[in-house]
Design a protein around this ligand. Sequence first.
Ligand code: GTP
Length: 626
Amino acid sequence: TRLFVILFPFALKDAVDLSKFPVERIRNFSIIAHIDHGKSTLADRLLEMTGAIAKTEKNKQVLDKLQVERERGITVKAQTASLFYSHQGQQYLLNLIDTPGHVDFSYEVSRSISACQGVLLIVDANQGIQAQTVANFYLAFEAQLTIIPVINKIDLKNADPDRVEAQIEKVFDIPREECIRISAKLGTNVERVLQEVVNRIPPPEVSTDDPFKALVFDSTFDHYRGVVANIALFGGQVKKGDRIVSAHLGKAYEVNELGLLRPDERPTDRLYAGQVGYMVAGMKDVKEAQIGDTLYLQQQPVEALPGFKPAKPMVFAGMYPMDQSEYTGLRSAIERLTLNDSSVTVQRDSSLALGAGWRLGFLGLLHMEVFNQRLEQEYNASVIVTAPTVPYKAVLSSAKLIKEHGSEEITIVNPAQFPDRSLVSEYLEPMVVGTILSPDTYTGKIMSLCMNRRGVQKNMVYIDDHRVMMKYLFPLNEIVVDFYDLLKSMSSGYASFDYENAGYQAADLIKMDILLNGRSVEELTTIVHRERAYSAGKAMCEKLKDSIPRQMFEIAVQAAIGSKIIARETIKAYRKNVLAKCYGGDITRKMKLLKKQAEGKKKMRRIGNVDVPKDAFINVLKRKDK
Ligand SMILES: Nc1nc2c(ncn2[C@@H]2O[C@H](COP(=O)(O)OP(=O)(O)OP(=O)(O)O)[C@@H](O)[C@H]2O)c(=O)[nH]1
């Protein structure tokens, strides 16, 4: 009997005949929030209350599946669950489409959102509106979704829901009466959230009589079955055995498996318009089921859903194994990780100093960081990651080059490809609009940080008595390295930051070389803004001075633009030679020292007459100090 009691609620719930489930009683919604405001906690409560999962401590945050997500407390990959909920004697199908929590994934967020008619916008009752609250709000607002503001963590001692309601009214123009105050942790008022989802969010406007049309809003890779695509049906129905086509690639597949996500997979024979579920169709690569793609029946082609664009990498970094013997291991680790993430681009690359490696492209900084962490944690790989760079562009003026490239505009990812000024009419750099929210005590410091980063203030408003929201236009390059860390530390952790891409803008870019005793070091060449050349050159020379050991002669470390030297450091000569230590006598010690020196040399790279140890390159090129 006990087993029966345990299984019974699930059996009953899943016995619903999906074909008869009326579209009017379907609600598709997402939860959006700034990091840590309680999205996963609320999702767990909703799942428990609708019986999708049992109420135990172990089930904490079922929707965040990846290890790095649990550790960092951020959601990376969207996870989804279908909930059955009874309200006033009627059964409703509520599809909770979980969205990634960070701006880097804003394309994924907006795709997930386009499968919804409404969102729950969660705001922490203590912290109030933060940068990602604003970014996520606009994604939902532009998609014309119903937005239900939910103020979470009202159980906290210093919760101030009145103040947060006033912020919501001021910044988003949503009447404060529409806010629902809850504690996701304690379950307070969460039932009300479910009721309001039913009451306020409209059902999807779709029909089972239309031809089958589905949006791919997420996909993962499974070693046994290939790609598992999460889909939302915008029309018609689909069953096992159907031949479907992906609009983006035009390739046809047979549907092998279909089902609901509760949040575990529950296979079904068919899915119908308005429903959300998963599909396995013999796709072997996540690139075949890209987020935002449309699927339709082979015999019934339809127009693709609007707005599909393959994710574009905006931040690039080199990755090299610490030791070349680890190359193969790292390669397979990178391959396995990219199986699940079609937005990372991988290109083989090699550096004289660091050996064979790759240049990887990411959607943004967090995306890169999450990828590195997963690489280290899940594959135990020790990796050298170089400082990130951004894709510049050049508008060519040389007819010969235009012919060679087949277009007037080229993208430059590698400084070695930087075309000379005389061959271009202008250089362009990627821009972003950054949103910063902070207590007003830090406004002055933040404004000067932004100015130092070539930021142009677009607007500044008080969202309540003590908090300001600032918008800046920044060159992406200025925020990729340490901007966020600096912002956090100068505001004692209180400022939040988010950005969105804002196209390209003309920029005075130049190529900067680093010279050792007059010889250029190819792997240290960088593209910089003219205004920033002096400080960048100086910083690079100083770092090199600290990492190259003294040698028998003096070494000039210089930064140069063309033939003009803009910075210089000198490494003084090392007076004693290695053998000087040996007081003439001990021959074995002498041999040992010579051997050691020879081994050390193997790891050196010789530039002109200067030996540079690999470590020096790592120090100068790597992303940040750990
Ligand atoms: N006191 C209190 N703490 C809460 C409440 N809801 C969530 N928390 C805590 O806030 C922290 C963040 O909650 P999460 O649910 O992981 O936040 P999240 O928004 O999912 O974070 P992302 O996945 O990064 O977007 C956790 O430590 C939760 O236990 C609440 O109602 N009251």
